[in-house]
Design a protein around this ligand. Structure first.
Ligand SMILES: [Fe+2]
Length: 585
């Protein structure tokens, strides 16, 4: 049977996955292992982790699949550069990035010296990989497919129709037009300069009014075919002035908005400036403009192929606010959004594309859960606890082992009920950017003051960013206005009006919640824990935020312990081991 290594390299969120004997068995983002957020280099640690988990040597791998094919649209790229007479520096930087991706094969010689790699290398076009990562991972037998992002292989979107084993792409939006760039430029204008900061604008949008919609609409015009175009005068990403690189591993972009945008909207916010109402209004307006183009595209896609199913991927598929509106704003009835909808997921998409080409049964590729990363044994936990025994003593911690999971969950649910904050570390690391109950910090959603407590004890994050609710799948209809499975926090729904006051810590200012539905099949232990909390409180919901403190989500037990010791978390639960801190004032 066939073994395939899938790789996202030299894009943000570098990652790798492994298909062994025709089955996906492991996937992880490099940032979880090397601890550099959004790492964009060559994912050597992820590749090693894939091989280890599969019990394979590199020589056993039949195919190595990349989610980029720099030869795609090559003529268009050359024509674009010649026509626009771009500077030597602009051309050099683009050629450098392209050459790095083209040479990814030789990186194996560098990182695995002395190994004769016999695998066949396959380069899968960026959006083909995004679409494959969503469609083949879903259980749809046919679906409309849509990929939207900043850019990949000279395109920013692709859509079409998939049936059985085939994905047919009917449309592309090509460089330099991009909804992802539109959102990123506004994010930068609002003073959020780090790669991936768009979620802050999403959080802020609920505090604003859409007063700048008509102004911003001029920047991004959509048409009846579903396509859209930017007014390029307001953007720099296509000019000699723009830079994008990842020399230190972290993706770094220059500002993508032009001076004309500053003339049009007023001075851009500096990162240290206070956030004022007009910033919130701009965030809200940008979200509306994004959604108009997004829903227009979704509706045209439906008109063309008339499928009730939508498989969605690409960096913009992380816009959970827009995704939450799909069922109201479009005729689609079922939506599948990859757990790693962004570029990390491309590793899986590239591997899936090759697997399907090689005759692998697509039923062995579905991803009903997100727990594909490294996992640890109780022995690992015990060893780690022993290593940190002095620190635990110093911090006046109590350590217990509770073998019975019912008792463990009851103990933890009771602690949450009494207002404590829990670091919950279980099973395999989540694939994708969300903590989904295996590397999570958990707390009581009923407490008005829990957002402040969490920010004080651990997170120190902006007050406008909401915390998410994890809810038992069979209770969604009672608490949310839409009764849909959302296993990977990919959609924001409105919380029922009469319930909002009961769960203030996970209710956003507009009454919405970025929910995670939890089923017994997807995560038995987490389901059990929430059930215990439900039995104690009549609320089938826990506040769930990622287990980290201004760093990538913790991966190994030692990172969880260090995060616990560094912060003021009350409990750390490592498998069946509870480490509790003496009561704090
Ligand atoms: Fe992408």
């Amino acid at each position: 049977m066939i073994n395939i290594l899938g790789i996202n390299a030299y894009h943000a969120d570098a990652s790798a996955c492994i298909i062994k004997d025709g089955k996906l068995i492991f996937a992880v983002e490099e940032e979880r292992l090397n601890r550099v957020k959004h790492w964009a280099g060559f994912p050597v640690e992820s590749i090693n982790a894939c091989l280890d988990s599969a019990g394979l040597q590199l020589q056993d791998v039949d195919f190595i699949a990349f989610n980029s094919n720099p030869y795609t649209n090559l003529a268009k790229k050359i024509y674009y550069v010649l026509k626009r007479q771009r500077s030597l520096q602009f051309i050099k930087s683009r050629v450098k990035n392209t050459r790095t991706r083209l040479n990814a094969e030789s990186d194996f010689d560098k990182h695995f010296p002395g190994i004769d790699v016999k695998s066949k290398f396959k380069k899968i076009e960026h959006h083909q990989a995004h679409l494959a990562s969503a469609y083949y991972a879903s259980d749809f037998d046919q679906a409309c497919v849509l990929s939207i992002d900043g850019f990949g292989d000279f395109s920013s979107a692709a859509w079409g129709y998939a049936q059985a084993n085939e994905i047919n792409i009917g449309h592309y939006v090509n460089y330099p037009h991009s909804l992802g760039i539109f959102y990123q430029a506004i994010t930068q204008y609002l003073g959020f300069k780090h790669y991936g900061d768009e979620y802050k604008v999403m959080g802020m949008a609920a505090y604003g009014n859409p007063v700048y919609v008509e102004q911003l609409q001029h920047l991004c015009i959509y048409n009846r075919s579903g396509h859209y175009e930017l007014d390029l005068d307001y953007f720099l990403h296509h000019t000699n002035e723009s830079t994008y690189g990842f020399d230190s591993g972290q993706p770094v972009c220059s500002d993508f908005f032009s001076f004309k945008l500053v003339e049009y909207l007023g001075p851009a916010r500096n990162p240290t400036d206070p956030i004022e109402q007009h910033h919130k209004d701009l965030a809200c307006s940008a979200q509306v403009v994004y959604e108009r183009a997004f829903f227009n595209l979704c509706n045209r896609l439906y008109d063309q192929y008339q499928s009730d199913n939508l498989a969605l991927a690409g960096g913009c598929a992380m816009n959970s606010l827009a995704n939450g509106g799909i069922s109201k704003q479009t005729p689609f009835k079922q939506v599948y959004i990859q757990a790693a909808a962004g570029d990390a997921g491309g590793a899986v998409g590239a591997a899936f594309s090759v697997a399907i080409d090689q005759g692998v049964d697509r039923n062995s590729l579905t991803m009903p859960h997100a727990y594909w990363g490294p996992a640890f044994s109780d022995q690992d936990y015990q060893r780690c606890i022993e290593t940190y025994s002095k620190d635990f003593k110093q911090a006046d911690c109590d350590i217990r082992h509770i073998e019975n999971t019912d008792e463990l969950c009851l103990e933890v649910a009771s602690a949450i009920n009494s207002g404590l904050v829990i670091g919950w570390f279980q099973g395999a690391v989540e694939w994708g950017p969300r903590a989904l109950g295996n590397r999570s910090i958990l707390a009581d959603p009923r407490r008005e003051d829990m957002q402040d407590i969490l920010n004080l004890k651990i997170k120190r994050r902006e007050s406008f960013r909401p915390f998410a609710p994890s809810i038992l799948i069979d209770q969604v209809a009672d608490w949310f206005e839409q009764d849909t499975e959302v296993p990977f926090m990919g959609q924001v729904f409105m919380i029922k009006e009469n319930k909002r006051k009961l769960i203030p810590a996970v209710t956003h200012v507009d009454g919405s919640g970025r929910l995670q539905t939890v089923s017994q099949q997807s995560n038995d232990l987490y389901y059990k824990l929430i059930t215990k909390f439900f039995e104690l409180t009549s609320v089938p919901i826990l506040l769930n935020t990622s287990f980290n403190e201004n760093e990538p989500i913790v991966c190994r037990p030692q990172e969880a312990i260090e995060c616990f010791l560094r912060t003021k978390m009350d409990y750390l639960v490592l498998g069946n081991n509870i480490i509790s801190r003496a009561e704090q004032e």
